[in-house]
Design a protein around this ligand. Structure first.
Ligand code: XMP
Length: 506
């Protein structure tokens, strides 16, 4: 495995992902992780990420010099390279002409890192500082017209530095350069494959859970579904899944979950029909936060009741992802909405957590899901919020309004899928506002609900852009919704990005 030390650069997570794309397991750790802890992981290589600071700034992150004596190859990227230079006796300073964006790099003297790549190549740079003098024993292996030391190395000690971003796609031979580090310098084997990921995860779960019983709350989303399938593979019928149908799901969704798990995978599944219970509690409630709170609390209550019937359960399976692990350790974002998920459950229930996806990025979860033979519809399902349609119905949630939204949403999904847009969009859905507008159908006046189309592209839901859907697709969606969904006489399109809008309406 490879340890990537995060010095605060915007691409640190990307480095970890690219290493995994090369089929080598990698972990992203804060730059000040104690050396002992790094050593305990027994990495085959270490990568120091870029960072926003200048090495000479007061309080700028540093690196323990002993890191370079671990006998483990180290690749410093940008700030990481400068730290390496500074720590080992080189010199760092401001460059005359700052370089941002594409630069033309000239390879000099056949560096190991550049092996198999051309003498001239485009790289992505962003720096105000650069290495002015390489540390003793280091060879300069690349330059640009304005920066004489753009890469250096000391292969006998396994030390390499680049003043550009190999992890960014704009760097033409970035992946080759990373692979040279991984496979030539570190001697890694490309064995982080879907089959191995599954085998390893299954073994780990077996070790943790042993012969005990575990339970899992299924939502229908790809994360909880994949976690459940993995644990099922590890402990078989000792896992019971609880699927709480809160009645806020989309058309046919509940049936699809039951079909995929109980019938196809043969997994013990408790299907709780709690639709009325949730509707009763939501009656007359219009405030978004109140709705979120009610759905969250009621979900925990129902789940607890059902779980209580499963005797001697000791473990709770959750679909926590690697990005959640990284974020909970680093980011302290302001709370915009109280998110509902099943976190908080173990405290009230006194269960130990099993999190088989803790090491995986979202795209890796999809690969694992496919490897486990899960149906394509589940593997590629767009994210769906825990409170479901309750936060896409503005105002009161009633059976009648749920029906309208469900029908409109089904039409929208159908057209988006047929047009080949489903996977390209982060999310696409219908929203039901709490207003009526006047229309004319046949010769009669109508006074009915509008439906709002929301479709966004995004990488991580932190920011999002409204999707530029083709006009003819929008036209088909609009015509079909108005013709096929009673109670709707108008269709509008939401063209707000995030920020300033959020993805969901409530
Ligand atoms: P917003 O609306 O805050 O949503 O831009 C960001 C992403 O989170 C999803 N979302 C939720 N997911 N429980 C969830 O599991 C929730 O309570 C919840 N609220 C929003 C939303 O669909 C989008 O992908």
């Amino acid at each position: 495995m490879i340890v990537v030390l995060d010095f605060g650069g915007q691409y640190a997570q990307l480095i970890a992902r690219r290493v995994r794309e090369a089929r080598v397991f990698s972990e992203l750790l804060p730059y000040d992780t104690p050396l002992e802890e790094i050593r305990r992981r027994d990495p085959e290589g270490i990568i120091l990420s870029g960072g926003p600071n200048s090495v000479y700034e007061r309080g700028a992150p540093r690196v323990d010099a002993a890191l370079f004596d671990l006998g483990v190859p180290v690749l410093g990227i940008c700030y990481g390279m400068q730290l390496m230079a500074l720590t080992l006796g080189g010199e760092v300073g401001a460059v005359q002409i700052r370089e941002y964006g594409r630069s033309k790099l000239e390879v000099r003297g056949h560096g190991e890192l550049f092996s198999g790549t051309p003498d001239e190549q485009t790289v992505w740079t962003s720096h105000g500082d650069a290495v002015l003098a390489a540390p003793p024993g280091f060879r300069v292996t690349a330059r640009t017209p304005s920066v004489p030391i753009l890469a250096f190395e000391e292969p006998s000690r396994g030390l390499y530095g680049v003043q550009f971003h190999p992890e960014v796609r704009h760097t033409e031979y970035g992946m080759e350069i990373l692979k040279n580090f991984l496979f030539e310098a570190c001697g890694c084997a490309p064995d982080w494959t879907p089959v191995n990921i599954v085998t390893e995860a299954v073994e780990r779960v077996r070790e943790q859970v042993g012969a005990s019983r575990a339970i899992c709350a299924l939502s229908g989303g790809v994360d909880s579904a994949t976690a459940a399938m993995l644990v099922h593979r590890a402990i078989g019928d000792k896992l019971t899944c609880v699927f709480v149908d809160h009645g806020l799901l989309r058309q046919n969704e509940a049936e699809q979950v039951v079909e995929a798990f109980r019938r196809e995978a043969g997994l013990p599944l408790v299907h709780v029909d709690a639709r009325e219970r949730f509707l009763d509690r939501l009656a007359g409630v219009t405030d978004p936060e109140a709705k979120r709170k009610i759905v969250g609390e009621e979900f925990i209550r129902v789940f607890e009741e059902e779980a209580g019937k499963i005797r001697d359960a000791r473990f709770l399976v959750q679909g926590t992802l690697y990005s959640d692990v990284i974020e909970s350790g680093t980011r302290d974002a302001a709370r915009i909405k109280s998110h509902h998920n099943v976190g908080g459950l173990p405290e009230v229930m006194d269960l130990e957590l099993v999190e088989p996806l803790r090491n995986l990025f979202k795209d890796e979860v999809r690969v694992v899901a496919a490897e486990l033979g899960m149906p394509e519809r589940l593997v590629w399902r767009q994210p769906f919020p825990g409170p479901g349609l309750a936060i896409r119905i503005i105002g009161e949630v009633t059976a009648e309004r749920l029906e309208i939204l469900r029908k409109a949403d089904a039409v929208l999904q159908d057209e988006i899928r047929s047009a080949g847009y489903y996977r390209r969009l982060w999310q696409s859905f219908a929203v039901l506002p709490a207003v009526h507008s006047v229309g004319v159908m046949g010769d009669a006046r109508t006074y009915a609900y509008p439906i709002v189309i929301r479709a966004v592209t995004s990488d991580d839901a932190m920011t999002a852009d409204w999707a530029r859907l083709p006009y003819d697709l929008l036209e088909r969606i609009s015509n079909r919704i108005i013709n096929e969904v009673p109670g709707v006489n108008r269709v509008a399109l939401d063209i707000t990005s995030k920020p300033p809008g959020t993805i969901e309406w409530e």
